[in-house]
Design a protein. Sequence first.
Length: 635
Amino acid sequence: MANTTAGAVRGLSQKFICSKHVLSASPGVGLYSSRTKSMSAKALQYAKLPSLPVPKLNQTLEQYIRTVKPLLTKDEFAVTEQVAKNFGAPGGVGEKLQLMLEEKGAKEPNWLSEWWLDSAYLSYRLPVLVHSNPALVFPKQNFLSKKEHLAYAAKLIVGALRYKAIIDSGKLEQDYLGKSPLDMSQYTKVFNGCRIPGLKTDTIRHALDSNHVIVIHNNQFYKVVVYGENGQILDDRDILNGLTCVTQKYNGPSAGVGFLTTECRNVWGIAHEELNKDPVNRASLQAIEDSIFVMCLDKSSKIEDNATVSTRMALQLLHGYGAENNSGNRWFDKTLQLIVSEDGVNGLCYEHSPTEGPPIANLADLIVNYAQEKTLRDDERHLTPHCERLTFNLTSALDEAVMLAKRNVDQLVQDVQMNSFSFDKFGKEDIKALKLSPDSFIQIAIQMAFIRLHGHPAAHYESASTRRFHGGRTETIRSCLPEIVNFANIHLKQNLSPQEKFKALQSAVNAHKGYVGMAINGQAIDRHLLGLKRLAIEGGIDIPSLFLDPGYSTSNNWRLSTSQVAAVNDMVMCYGPVTPDGYGCCYNPRRDEINFAVSAFNSNPTTCAEKFGEALKKCLEEMRDVATSSILSSL
């Protein structure tokens, strides 16, 4: 049996490590703005929101034809346009599927939720590491001693537990979009959750009650109880005592089980089944999976490259820098991992399937503020919480699986390019002063940077929140719009006046804002098309030619996967590309600057995160010059 398991692990790992899966979603967060108002627990629990609508078929197909046009040649577009029209013809398969979807939408508050969770996450077989899990970089710290390192980690733990207490008590303030309340259910999924690997698909485990966190140090796992006998959160100083106990009193070799969470999901699913056969392993797995969250106490990463400090921080939080550094000091299936390194690098990494970014970003701002403001005092008596080392008994097959995981994670780490930087020429307030939308402005610059580097437009994903609706997650903003490509071409290739360029820029901004409005109101196209396709598959209907057309594949090959993650503190979120020849691009628009994290893969010779970042900076500056020149010339 051991040899069979080892062979299966090896075969699956070799099969998947060489492939790249194209997600239909970026691992980013919903585009949203919010205001807050106090809310009772009853209102939070029972607030009624409208059901997710089903868009009209002809509306979706019109927008599909419009958005696919910039990506195709004239001849390709003619074919794709006719295929789309045939799909929507009266009495055709599209109309049949549309009626089925409308019936489903009339019965369910969110017809999409289960399909989306499965398609975007649980059936996704590449590692969650890099390919799905985002990381959020907190402001770097300067620790002068081991005690300062652990004290800061303790404060982050207590800050997170306080945030959880607000959620659990129903005192969380309601998010709004304008006057519309937003779905708050994702906040309840940040803590106590874990993704469980399967052989073909994964599941999500959510512990109803838990009193401990998992602390990982030197790739070893420790269960640390964080509540007192009265059920109250332990004091920061108590938690510090527990972390000190973990780092000083426990030694011995590590089984390296954390490396298994970096593997392809099928491979990890086989190993997970093998682990569970042993009662000691089963108890340790349950302790990890049922924990409130994980705290990773990292060692300083030993790396030799020319990367900036901000880029190194992003990479350490995203993947841990490989087997010799901190990639095994993780449990990538946990919904929330807080990470604090000896050298001051700190932040979080989260498993994306239960929640989008807003709850995570709000958590980050709260706990960073708490850690910065809280001072630990030594003049009081404190406890040492219960700390227990978790052990694993590994078979020879599992030992081999761990070794293989180490090699594979090193390959993946070496493949990831990252360029994290702060664009400091201007920020969102300067863009607003030009009477332009900051998000639209940035999105246009991202597409224009791609065109500048590669000579043609690319399918461009930006995530929009659909939390106005019951159980809402995300919808795609297709930012490769004809008006945006037109502005880029006018600016890059034609010698027109500032007024003419500015008019084209305004048209591009308005087109993007219009698509954002459709997306947040549940009227965009990508989730609708996914629903129609899933109905065909589940109903035993031949997959319609619309979904087999090369134009459809091209328009869903998100070479640009982007998200806005607004945080009050000086932070940035990062994640990997979702195509082998693409870029991940996340940004935090601040008052006077914009933080960016751009990623690409070294294995593709056509992409370069550093060059893309430089092109992006140039486009942002040139776009502002276009706007200011036009305004000045009109005075």
